[in-house]
Design a protein around this ligand. Structure first.
Ligand code: B1M
Length: 208
């Protein structure tokens, strides 16, 4: 019997080799890939997210857990592709034009992947037109924008306007150190998340 709790525990500890070994063993034993994903990897990442929110974990622990998650996902990938398991949703994510900060954005991306979402990472310094292009090319349910500078925050409004003008129906979430719920309301974003774990909660609400 595959031990989902052991997979989750190893992931929480950021023990990549054990995660890979246990996931491989589960697959060799004929476990269901979706069950391993949800009850092992995603369950572990949910704990990491909660601890991060409660300041029990810091950025390095989250990055190490996310690395273990990615390694486990690589083992699962062929079986997931075969079984046609659908992601929880598709998210186009990027740091807006003029802004080069990507540590927080990457953390959000990793946590979203940990939450079962497919993430299309547009990168940093991304102009509005590129976000529009990516939304048109992919059937994304969520557009997630990050900004760390007060000077680049207004770009978020520019992107949201461009997306509306292009007639694309997508839920928008924004975040980053200077961003607030008031600012999200002001520029017409559908939601604001203060940290990476809250971004996953919000994304789940948005696709529910
Ligand atoms: Co910059 N920088 N920086 N910087 N930098 C800040 C942001 C600053 C607050 C430092 C300061 O002065 N105290 C300040 C901004 C001031 C302001 O606008 N109010 C600043 C400045 C001024 C600058 C430059 C202009 C400096 C200069 O050149 N004169 C310049 C700008 C370059 C540019 O972007 N065009 C610059 C450059 C840089 C580096 C390149 C050196 C480097 C970035 C490296 C990189 O990202 N690869 C850098 C860094 C590292 C920082 C600080 C020190 C750390 C940022 C960080 O990574 N934090 C930062 C000061 C600080 O915040 N203490 C600072 C860790 C990260 C995990 O947190 O990104 O906040 P954070 O992400 C969090 C949440 O905000 C949230 O979740 C994350 C995790 O919980 N979140 C989201 C983020 N995006 C989200 C999206 C969501 C939801 C949640 O939904 C979509």
């Amino acid at each position: 019997m595959a031990d989902m709790e052991a997979i989750a525990e190893a992931l929480i500890k950021g023990d990549r080799d054990t995660v890979v070994g246990l996931v491989q063993q589960a697959m060799d034993d004929g476990a269901d890939a979706q069950q391993v994903l949800n009850e092992g990897l995603v369950a572990g990442m949910d704990v990491v997210g909660r601890r991060f929110k409660n300041n029990e974990f810091y950025v390095p622990e989250v990055l190490i857990a996310a690395r273990a998650m990615n390694a486990g996902m690589e083992v699962l990938a062929p079986a997931l592709a075969e079984s046609g398991v659908k992601p929880a949703g598709v998210v186009v994510l990027g740091t807006v034009k003029g802004d080069l900060h990507d540590i927080g954005k990457n953390l959000v991306g990793m946590m979203l992947k940990g939450g079962g979402f497919e993430v299309i990472d547009a990168g940093i310094d991304v102009p509005a037109e590129r976000f529009v292009e990516l939304l048109q090319e992919n059937e994304a349910q969520i557009l997630a924008l990050s900004a760390l500078l007060t000077t680049t925050m207004p770009q978020m409004g520019t992107v949201i306007e461009a997306v509306k003008e292009a007639g694309i129906e997508v839920r928008t979430m924004i975040g980053g150190a200077p961003i607030t719920q008031d600012y999200a309301d002001e520029i017409g974003a559908d939601g604001y998340a203060a940290d990476a774990a809250s971004a996953v909660d919000l994304a789940r609400e948005m696709v529910a």
